[in-house]
Structure formats: structure tokens, C-alpha cells
Design a protein around this ligand. Sequence first.
Ligand code: ADP
Ligand code: TYD
Length: 205
Amino acid sequence: MTTGGLFVSFEGIDGSGKSTQARLLRDHLRGAGHETLLTREPGGSPGAEEIRALVLQGDPDRWSAETELLLFTAARRDHLERTIRPALARGAIVICDRFADSSRAYQGRGDRRGMVDSLHALMIGVEPDLTILIDMDPEAALSRAKARATAEERFEDFGIALQQGMRAAFLALAEEFAPRFAVIDGNRAPETVARDVAATVGARL
Ligand code: ADP
Ligand code: TYD
């Protein structure tokens, strides 16, 4: 999605270090003088943050799988209209903690990938210029994620089996969309991972 700026997304299982790396990349790019916007999904605009609370808090069973996909997609559409597109139009580097690949991996489980793709084509229609997959061991990622106490336990509650499946799903997406993906080993110190991330993004600037 090239409109002047650069659109970078981070993907990976819960606790893989996406948010940490997105923040470190933002600091690095700002330090180098780039206009940079750090944002996240679900969320990233006032309306999408309201939808985030609907989908990640409360009884996990209150939405069907289909309704949940619609909520994630509605949040993404608002985020794109209000936050991402305007920032790219003014030439900023947009760093997004999760984007549509998370819907492909999580909501696209089982036989639902076609539905995810159809809705994406209809309502979103853009991909990041670069997607950084922070790949890591699910056991280690889960213990990191559990160390954080938040109200948003929904997906993490599924535990190690889901994490294993999601890791495989993200690696499969990295192969499917190889030209825009970079897979980076997250099982290392944050500064070491950040150095690889900065080099990967630097090569696209
Ligand atoms: P995510 O956004 O992928 O869920 P976070 O960046 O929030 O992951 O990291 C999850 C937890 O692990 C946080 O407590 C964070 O401080 C810690 N963490 C992040 N990166 C590393 C790393 N490379 N090594 C050890 N701990 C890390
Ligand atoms: P996030 O806050 O990034 O969680 P974490 O920091 O633990 O990785 O995302 C919240 C949850 O939302 C996460 O479990 C993945 C899920 N999610 C989807 O299922 N579909 C989506 O399209 C997105 C953006 C997130």
C-alpha cells in the first residue's frame, strides 16, 4: 500500500514481543528523524478502541465466530479510514501492532479463511508494505504473556495448543505472502531482535 509513507505491521503469537519491538522500532526511526506513527489492532482510532473493548473483554462466548470477524473488520475499517490512510498520505511511517494477517490466522481457523478473505477484499483491500513476523517458541511466549495481568485474557486463555496452531498459521502466511514478510527470531534479547528489525525496515526505506 504505497501512498508516500511506509506501512509496516508486526505479527506473531501473544507474548512474542510484537508490542515491545514495535515501540523500539518507533523510537529508532524517530531518532533517525522520520515521522512515525505507532498504532495497534484491534484499535488505533477512537471507534476501533471501543470495538476492541467489545471483542476482548467480557464473556468470550457472547459473539459467534462470524460476529467476531465482523467486529475485527469493522475496527480495521475505522482504523484505516481515520488513522492509517491519513498518516500515510502525509508521508509517515506507520507501525501497526497486528493487522489483517491476525484475522487470517485467528478468525481464519478451520474452514473460515475464505470468509476472512472475502470480507477483507470487500472492506479493507490493502496490505502492509512490510510485515514483520516475530517468530518464537509458544511455551516461552505464553509464560511471557501470562506474566502480564490485564482484562484482555480472551485468546491467551486457550493456552499452549492454540499458541502452537497460531505459530504454524503465521509461518504459513509468511510463505504465502513471502514478498512482504520478514520472519525474525524472537527468542533472543529485545535489543538483538530490535537490531534485526531495524535492518529489515532500513532496507525498505
Ligand atoms: P506481544 O505484544 O507480542 O504480546 P509484548 O511485547 O507485550 O508481546 O511482550 C510480552 C512480555 O514479554 C512483556 O512483559 C515484555 O516485556 C516481555 N518481552 C518482550 N520481548 C522480550 C524478549 N525479547 N525477551 C524477554 N522478554 C521479552
Ligand atoms: P493484542 O493486544 O495484540 O494481544 P497480544 O499483545 O497479547 O499479542 O491482540 C489482542 C488479541 O486479539 C490477540 O489474542 C489476537 C486477537 N486478534 C484477532 O483474533 N484477530 C485480529 O484481527 C486481531 C487484530 C487481533
